[in-house]
Design a protein around this ligand. Structure first.
Ligand SMILES: O=P(O)(O)OC[C@H]1O[C@](O)(COP(=O)(O)O)[C@@H](O)[C@@H]1O
Ligand SMILES: [Mg+2]
Ligand SMILES: [Mg+2]
Length: 339
């Protein structure tokens, strides 16, 4: 083959399907789609690129460390928690497709002023805050719902307190060794890898499926003494099987690994967190939607996460999510508690 021919093939090889193109292609499948949801997803992708840039150079720009304030959960806010919250809220407000936002970093519903738009968003702007300053993977988690209140009016708390089954889309961004955006609109789970030199996400993991069974368990055993007897028994069972304990301490990172390799992530109720630590509206519902779309399961130990009727904006829940056979197994142990 002529040298230039070879070069030509190399330099004209397709880069891949860009996120924008993929969203547009998916939209064409729905004759009544109006493009608002597509634009909303693009708004989230844009803000994530800015946050990705800030995370990558955090050590040089002084944005590591605490912001000095506390969020509604009484947690010390990291500077990047505040910056990510600001960036996503602005992108969603300016984008015009979101009328209301619930964020981990804000006490109440944020009214964006876009009262004619039909979507609301719940978001964990920066997940895994304890890992920001130590260069370990962190993430962003989001859910999108159709509002229930009338168009042209401000968003209401009822627009936000919807069951996970009502999600129209959900996803996360993982800021790790590579940056990935993974999302679903109820038609499979698709992963995109960020190409920094082009400033664009490209399809790298189409139609992701979780393994039916696995040998990885993710739990912070530091709270072991306050776990219920059934969780202690389940952990013994994991160790008898010589499964691998893997725990990053960033929910998005642990979830993503288990999605790719098979596994289970557990955050049971503990003495410190009697209702569990993770938040239903902007952490668990999104990952439960994704894992079910990928063939997995998500429960609070008593019911399917997506069937939980939310009561408050920042409510917490115990969370067991991952490969279906592994979640069913931990459920068997948990059911013993009720006997
Ligand atoms: O330190 P712990 O108790 O193991 O909790 C770790 C968990 O808490 C979280 O950091 C909570 O999320 P935020 O960082 O968004 O508050 C999860 O990402 C993680 O899985
Ligand atoms: Mg979080
Ligand atoms: Mg967070």
């Amino acid at each position: 083959m002529h040298a230039f021919q070879r070069m030509l093939e190399q330099f004209t090889a397709p880069v891949g399907t860009a996120l924008d193109r993929f969203i547009a292609q998916k939209q064409e499948q729905f004759p009544y789609a109006t493009g608002e949801l597509s634009q909303l997803l693009r708004d989230i992708a844009l803000a994530s690129k800015i946050i990705n840039r800030e995370i990558n150079r955090a050590g040089l720009t002084g944005i590591e460390g605490q912001a000095g304030g506390e969020n509604v959960q009484g947690e010390q806010q990291q500077k990047l928690d505040v910056i990510a919250d600001f960036r996503f809220s602005r992108a969603l407000s300016k984008g015009g497709e979101t009328c209301g936002i619930v964020s981990e970093e804000s006490q109440d519903v944020i009214d964006t002023g876009n009262h004619d738009s039909k979507y609301v968003v719940t978001i964990d702007p920066l997940d895994g805050s304890s890992n920001i300053d130590v260069n370990v993977s962190v993430g962003t988690i989001f859910s999108i719902y159709r509002r229930k209140s009338e168009l042209g009016t401000p968003p209401t708390i009822d627009d936000m307190l919807q069951k996970g089954t009502e999600q129209v889309a959900a996803g996360y961004i993982l800021y790790g060794s590579s940056t990935m955006l993974v999302y679903t609109t109820g038609f499979g789970v698709h992963g995109f890898t960020y190409e920094p030199s082009l400033g664009e996400y490209f399809l790298s993991h189409p139609d992701m499926k979780i393994k039916e069974d696995g040998s990885i368990f993710s739990i912070n055993e530091g709270a072991y003494n306050s776990f219920s007897p059934s969780i202690k028994k389940y952990l013994t069972y994991c160790k008898e099987n010589e499964w691998s304990g893997r725990y990053i301490g960033s929910l998005v990172g642990d979830f993503h690994r288990n999605l790719l390799k098979g596994g289970i992530y557990l955050y049971p109720s503990t003495e410190k967190h009697p209702d569990g630590k993770l938040r239903l509206l902007y952490e668990c519902n999104a990952l439960a939607f994704l894992v079910e779309q990928a063939g997995g399961l998500a429960t609070d130990g008593k019911q399917r996460i997506l069937d939980i009727e939310p009561r408050t904006l920042h409510q917490r829940t115990p969370f067991y999510v991952g490969s279906p056979k592994m979640v069913q197994k931990v459920q068997e142990f948990l059911d013993e508690d009720d006997v």
